[in-house]
Design a protein around this ligand. Structure first.
Ligand SMILES: Cc1cc2nc3c(=O)[nH]c(=O)nc-3n(C[C@H](O)[C@H](O)[C@H](O)COP(=O)(O)OP(=O)(O)OC[C@H]3O[C@@H](n4cnc5c(N)ncnc54)[C@H](O)[C@@H]3O)c2cc1C
Length: 329
């Protein structure tokens, strides 16, 4: 494709990988992001007193060679470090060693470190919620949700979770049909800080027979302040679906109770706690292809719901979509 302006919607890892690849090949790229920072579901929450929580993806794994080469570059650049962590499986108070240890990685100083690194030198506009793109001659007119014009582009690439992408794809009916088939499961995440160490002999756990599926000591990850002791508690998709309309304060209380039941960690009260709802956390059955692209209209979509359901899948989806766009005549 000749090097016309490209609009990317979303500054998570898939959108920024796509943007980085296109910018490195000389395309003028603008990224619009509705929140106030990069990361999406790899975000890091900073409280008013500076405490950090990775409240989305707590870590990532590596399967394929392409992602492994990228992770090695991030390690060389000091953006990613291996997370050698003592993980257990908790069954109502009984702790078993993790069955099959896996190589895990975290970004530093927070999980959003990768997205900060990808965004360096890119034109990223925050606090901008994009409305469905409108066809404009042989290109696209992009407006924000209040109708304000954001610009005209030769191509538009959307990296939002599947249901949000479906709403943005109004002008590309062929892609809507495919995107609307992908469901995304929700997850409540509770962030809690404790002034005194809680004492479990592990730093993270998969939890069974509980509203919780996973807990991790955020302050035990490399490159994070060790005090206060911080934990992120992640609810199962099934429990979250039942509690999706509940007040965050009620969810926080219930998941802290489940945390105490699962770990046996006494009655220590957190000095800070809050809950965040990931309405579109993970796609149980992603779209089989690694991206979607209407090559004639030059509108496409990428993300973890295309190809692979995790950080690696999102990265590959963004990279492959950028490559395909460049190949178009
Ligand atoms: C609780 C939780 C735990 C997880 N655990 C793991 C794990 O252990 N390992 C792992 O590999 N993965 C894990 N994941 C999944 C991983 O976080 C995702 O696969 C990955 O971050 C998805 O990246 P993405 O770029 O596809 O989407 P996102 O990160 O969701 O990025 C999409 C971006 O688009 C923006 N956006 C949406 N609509 C608009 C609009 N109209 N205008 C402008 N911007 C818009 C959003 O604000 C967002 O920033 C977890 C996710 C969650 C939520």
């Amino acid at each position: 494709m000749e090097k016309g302006a490209v609009c990317i919607i979303g500054a998570g890892i898939s959108g920024l990988t796509c943007a980085r690849n296109l910018a490195d090949r000389g395309y003028p790229v603008t990224v619009f992001e509705k929140s106030r920072g990069v990361g999406g579901r790899m975000s890091t929450r900073r409280t008013d007193d500076g405490t950090l929580f990775d409240h989305g993806a707590p870590y990532f794994t590596v399967q394929g060679e392409r992602f492994r080469s990228q992770v090695e570059r991030w390690i060389d650049d000091g953006v990613v470090v291996p997370w050698e962590v003592n993980i257990v499986e908790l069954y109502q108070g009984r702790a078993d060693k993790e069955g099959r240890p896996v190589e895990r990685f975290v970004a530093v100083p927070g999980m959003n470190g990768i997205c900060h690194s990808l965004a360096q030198g890119l034109d990223v506009r925050f606090n901008t919620t994009v409305a469905p793109p409108e066809r404009d001659g042989d290109g696209w007119l992009i407006r924000d949700q209040d109708g304000g014009e954001l610009g005209r582009f030769q191509a538009v690439l959307i990296s939002a979770p599947a249901p949000q992408t479906t709403a943005l794809l109004k002008a590309a009916p062929l892609l809507v049909k495919r995107a609307e088939r992908v469901r995304m499961a929700p997850s409540w995440a509770v962030m809690a800080a404790f002034q005194e160490p809680l004492g479990p002999a592990y730093d993270a756990a998969f939890i069974h027979q509980s509203p919780l599926t996973w807990i991790a000591k955020n302050s035990g990850k490399p490159g994070r302040p060790t005090s206060p002791e911080t934990w992120v508690l992640q609810a199962t998709p099934a429990w979250t679906a039942e509690q999706i309309e509940k007040e965050p304060s009620r969810v926080t209380r219930r998941l802290l109770e489940a945390f105490r039941e699962a770990t046996g960690c006494g009655s220590a009260e957190p000095s800070f706690s809050t809950a965040h709802l990931w309405r579109y956390a993970v796609p149980p059955e992603p779209h089989p292809g690694p991206f979607m692209l209407d090559e004639k209209l030059r509108i496409g979509a990428c993300g973890d719901w295309c190809g692979g359901p995790r950080v690696e899948g999102a990265f590959l989806s963004g990279a492959l979509l950028a490559e395909r766009l460049c190949e178009l005549a």
